[in-house]
Design a protein around this ligand. Sequence first.
Ligand code: ATP
Ligand code: MG
Length: 413
Amino acid sequence: RLELPEKVRQIIEQIQKHGFEAYAVGGCVRDSLLGRTPDDWDITTSAKPQEVKAIFPRTIDTGIEHGTVTVMMGKEGFEVTTYRIDGAYLDGRHPESVEFSSNLVEDLKRRDFTINAMAYNEQQGLVDVFEGIEDMQRKVIRCVGNPKERFGEDALRMMRAIRFSAQLGFEIEEETYRAVEELAPTLEKVSMERIQVELVKTLLSAHPDYVRFYQETGLFCDVLPQADVILSGKFKNPTLKLLTHAKNTSVLRYAALFYHAGPDTAKEALKRLKLDNYTVNTVSKLLLYTQKSIEENEPAVREATYTYGKEMMPLIFAHQHALLDTTEELVGIGMTTKRRHLETVERMYEDIIKRGDCISIKDLDITGNDLMEYGLTGTQIGKTLKDLLHIVLENPKLNEKETLVAMIEHLDL
Ligand code: ATP
Ligand code: MG
């Protein structure tokens, strides 16, 4: 017996009252059976989209041509999709056609993996026609039907197999795995956006080191050569270890994946993945700044905070800790001195932020306008502010207007 959320129970019941079948299906059934909290609850039904819309007062046409209607329950929406038979995915992306069906089993058959092909409602209980439960107990990811055919219909499923295996700690069943190896080159047909979604889910999973399977099966070969290279040579093991020590954010996990490739290659790879500018820039900056060490005194830490940016500092520290953890694990020796240095710098940074020390031109107790009043012009102003900032980074006590004004004439402009 599974515990359905009240709203899901109500939707299913309403549909049944109108003479149709309805079940919770897919990821939510899998996750509930595994004792994990589902992100969302999908419902599958024998009712056609127009019939679903007639039953509920508030619906949204989410993907009506694919049979999906979102049913609003208060502020929450639930996707209700008509039983469907998918045509072939000729382009490896979208089914050429979808055909509605009145048979639940047909709908389950089109789903990717046995553990994702189970349906549940309170009246019928669990509907599991492809041994999903057995595979769950065996901890395997197995295609519904013939793996080569299924990957031929939609090449993204190969990425998904590895992603689910990383999230759940399951192994990929042998025939399914061999089909991934064989059809890996066809991943090329899939858009980078969809590939990136699966990759980041893998990186953010409990087993980020399972990215190795993208390389080992050949999935990265043409699609992401930068990751293929880094995961195949002498950097493979250090990269996988670093991934397991990296904090669970996409920036830090991408930084771990491309650490040994360096900032430029990382940037190239992340752009190729069509990641947003923030991620591309932050990861490559992080890898660049990590190559420089910060001295263990407050002026140096303030200088670094100014140069790298306040928001980069915690990322640099987290990345450095992961690097030390990795070295400790690989070498088997405690990195005590380096760790103590890092922690000291970190503590200094925190004090600097807490005290509100001046760490940028806008924190100075003097402005460009003030300098104009003292007769400075154009480029002189910019240079003077910078010079004053470096003096103040050295000694924050000097950040007082009168003191700063008194210093202007001693500056070499
Ligand atoms: P999560 O939401 O945690 O990523 P999920 O299993 O819910 O995992 P979704 O992408 O939300 O995955 O898809 C919901 C369900 O739709 C899946 O469980 C599966 O049954 C089916 N499905 C999704 N994508 C595909 C696909 N490319 N091929 C076949 N079936 C799919
Ligand atoms: Mg889902």
